[in-house]
Design a protein around this ligand. Structure first.
Ligand code: ADP
Ligand code: MG
Length: 728
């Protein structure tokens, strides 16, 4: 047997689950490593504490003197917890997180040194960051970027390092990270939603967007994973025949969690709890060796940070358990891929979930206002929402009959569909007293307080209302949630602003009462938003046809999907909402297209390499065995040998034919890559990679996979699907 594969299997069979102690009460150690309200109260002066609290709640600036006080307190706290270093922790556009550690240490002359961490170091840093993607924003002569403290996400200690969440911007103020536009979008939705809330409750001063993500992932034994060059370099298998058994028996989903996976989860959850990530749910997912972890939802900025942090922590904890965590959207063909549902809602500082039905007709009208405005926002921006989740990895899921399709639609369930149908017939203009009473009692008043159990759960919908939140299901497992969250909050903010203008105009021009005006505007929204509502099977071909008739976009690949991000309309939208200026929008588009190109380029190289250097030589070796066999038969039987060697001869020919296709397709792929690499324009280049290079993967893989079934198992060089997926 191929030595590496054999060695890896042997290693994996000797593993034992590590015993992990779980705290008896999770609440006890929760957030022990977070510089939260508790820690701040203990380590900060009263004024410093008040200043941070104001910055968090009202977005006020922290002056330099106060920053010095805060940094001193933060340092003392961190050292008391064993930290020796600090870092500005940020989310550059590579999709991962970045950090550069500095010690709390400063020589003061005469051979003496002190532990130092000043306000300046807390508030701002200038990492030499010229190698982070910037889409042309920073020319080399102005290569400075700086990180600036985001007090709304608390500092935390990971290992022995104090991590300070920061934004990352260019010297000229353009965002170079995922967090900055998100914070701006969250400000926009706050302002717009507060204005609309004032129709219902004058006391509302702040609206927070909430996010609860559900992270799916695969766990593969580390030795098996590193035995595969494709998993090591691209995070997924580029070839490999399906195992005889996949997920068809549905025996993994919600089944008992395998021992090693369980101890990984316990260990991971312990780490998460120390970091203040409120993990709650763990279970098996549909595919073998696939799992999910979900926390309790939090304010969106914090939730995004926590998810980024989690992805990093997962990898490190995995190492302790000799497990490789695969976050790629489609690590294995033939079984389910991984997503990251983004559950989203809006809540007020008065404690109301604006997407949860209330107790009174008035609070239900408020609910309907936010509910219908969200649907309208999705309707008007479905293509942009699709773009927000586009990536090379996610292209394998969307539209591939397992995850939501590449078509965005909204599912709301039967009950709410009925409510919208009734509201659609509200009288134009002034309502009669009878109609008003009727609406209040029979339509709006009839929405039950708890919709949760009443909404049927259509799992095929990319954007579903699930009782008190919308669930955006098209997000990929590897994605930084900041991207979809920035888009969703921006489009809803814009929609709420338009809504307010229309309602105010009706009140003024037509002298309508406030609730009459609201009913009138909502009626029109319902009419125009019907196009996006869909309750049927999103995976079906019929829906694809129907969606096309409805004029909904169906962008199946990343280059197609991203294009809308640089349309005049979208650029203007982000600009108007103060989320991104034109330069930032264009830069992001370039970076994402470039990333797509690079990913496909790497996959192409790795695939060519594995097929030529791993598969082909082994196949030739096996073919030689067959040839020897045929020669032997000829020796024994003489002229009549063909009768005995028929199958062998067929196999020899079959192998030759497949080797020919593999080899010539690789040559063709290399040619196409060369051509694509010469293209300057990033859009054209991405299209070349998408439509000329990538389709060739399929042929190469197909024949390699067929050969896997022919060649002696002992010789096969690559760890097989059944070994990767069914080793527990
Ligand atoms: P599912 O059936 O999809 O697993 P759950 O009810 O378990 O749904 O919730 C999944 C996620 O939704 C969790 O992260 C949870 O915290 C989050 N969630 C629940 N309520 C809200 C809400 N009002 N706003 C945002 N997220 C929420
Ligand atoms: Mg879900």
């Amino acid at each position: 047997m191929s030595t590496l594969r054999f060695y890896a299997i042997k290693e994996s069979l000797n593993r034992k689950a590590i015993k992990i102690e779980e705290p008896k009460r999770r609440s006890e150690g929760f957030a022990a490593n977070v510089f939260n309200q508790n820690a701040m109260r203990q380590y900060l002066t009263k004024t410093a504490y008040a200043s941070v609290t104001d910055a968090i709640e009202k977005g006020t600036k922290i002056d330099r003197d106060t920053a010095d006080h805060i940094s001193t307190g933060m340092k003392e706290w961190a050292i008391s917890k064993g930290a020796t270093h600090y870092t500005h922790w940020f989310q550059p556009l590579t999709g991962t997180t970045a950090e550069k550690h500095d010690a709390f240490f400063e020589p003061i002359g005469d051979g003496l040194a002190i532990e130092k961490f000043g306000g300046g170091q807390l508030v701002q840093q200038e990492p030499d960051a010229s190698s982070f993607p910037n889409g042309g924003i920073r020319n080399t002569f102005e290569a400075r970027g700086y990180t600036a403290w985001d007090p709304t996400s608390p500092a935390f200690i990971y290992g022995t390092t104090l991590c300070i969440p920061t934004v990352f911007v260019s010297y000229t103020g353009e965002a170079l990270d995922n967090k900055t536009p998100l914070l701006r979008a969250l400000q926009a939705i706050d302002a717009a939603a507060v204005d609309v809330c004032k129709y219902f409750d004058k006391n509302v001063k702040k609206v927070n967007a909430s996010l609860g993500w559900e992270q799916e992932y695969f766990l593969i034994d580390r030795a098996l994973a590193v035995s595969r060059p494709d998993i090591t370099l691209t995070g997924r298998t580029l070839l490999g025949h399906s195992a005889a058994k996949g997920q068809q028996l549905d025996d993994h989903y919600f089944g008992s969690i395998p021992k090693r996976a369980m101890s990984f989860m316990q260990d991971l959850e312990n780490e998460c709890l120390l970091l203040g990530i409120p993990v709650k749910t763990r279970h098996n997912e549909v595919a073998p060796n696939q799992f999910e972890l979900a926390p309790i939802y939090e304010e969106a900025n914090l939730a995004v940070d926590h998810n980024s942090l989690l992805m990093d922590v997962m990898e490190r904890v995995g190492e302790r358990h000799d497990l490789k965590v695969l976050l790629h959207e489609k690590p294995f063909a033939g079984v389910n891929g991984s997503g990251k549902h983004n559950n989203w809602s809006l809540s007020t500082d008065t404690g109301i979930n604006l997407l949860g039905p209330g107790k009174t007709p008035m609070s239900n009208l408020q609910f309907l206002t936010f509910f219908i405005n969200t649907i309208k926002a999705v309707m008007d921006n479905e293509e942009l929402l699709r773009a927000s989740v586009a990536s090379a990895g996610n292209d394998h899921r969307l539209g591939a009959n397992e995850a939501p399709p590449a078509i965005i639609s909204v599912f709301i369930g039967e009950q709410l569909t009925n409510v919208l149908n009734e509201l659609e017939h509200v009288t134009n203009g002034k309502l009669t007293p009878q109609e008003k009473t009727d609406l209040k009692l029979n339509v709006v008043g009839k929405i039950p307080e708890i919709l949760l159990d009443n909404t049927d759960r259509n799992r095929t919908s990319p954007f579903a209302f699930t009782g008190n939140k919308f669930e955006f299901r098209a997000v990929g497992s590897l994605a930084n949630c900041a991207n979809p969250m920035t888009v969703l909050n921006t489009i809803v903010a814009k929609q709420l602003i338009m809504f307010k203008e229309e309602v105010d105009a009706l009140i003024k021009a037509k002298k309508l009462k406030k609730d009459e005006a609201i009913f009138n505007v909502l009626r029109e929204y319902i009419k125009v938003s019907k196009r996006i509502l869909f309750e049927g099977n999103g995976y079906s071909e019929a829906w694809e046809k129907e969606a096309e008739k409805r004029g909904l976009s169906n962008n199946k690949t990343t280059p197609e999907a991203l294009k809308v991000k640089v349309s005049d309309r979208v650029v203007a939208l982000f600009e108007e909402m103060g989320v991104m200026n034109k330069v930032e929008s264009k830069a992001r588009y370039e970076i994402e297209m470039e990333e797509y190109v690079l990913r496909i380029q790497i996959e192409g190289r790795v695939l060519g390499d594995i097929a030529r250097n791993h598969v082909v030589p082994i196949v030739v070796k096996y073919q030689n065995v067959l040839i020897e066999n045929v020669k032997g038969l000829k020796e024994i039987y003489g002229a009549g040998f063909k009768k005995h060697a028929k199958e062998q001869l067929n196999l020899i020919e079959d192998i030759s034919r497949r080797l020919e296709v593999i080899n010539s397709t690789i040559t063709q792929m290399i040619e196409e890559r060369k051509k694509a690499n010469k293209i300057e324009d990033v859009e054209e280049k991405a299209h070349a990679y998408c439509h000329k290079v990538r389709p060739l993967f399929q042929d190469i893989r197909y024949h390699c996979d067929k050969l896997e079934l022919l060649v002696d198992d002992k010789l096969w060089p690559l760890t097989k699907y059944r070994e990767l997926l069914f080793t527990k």
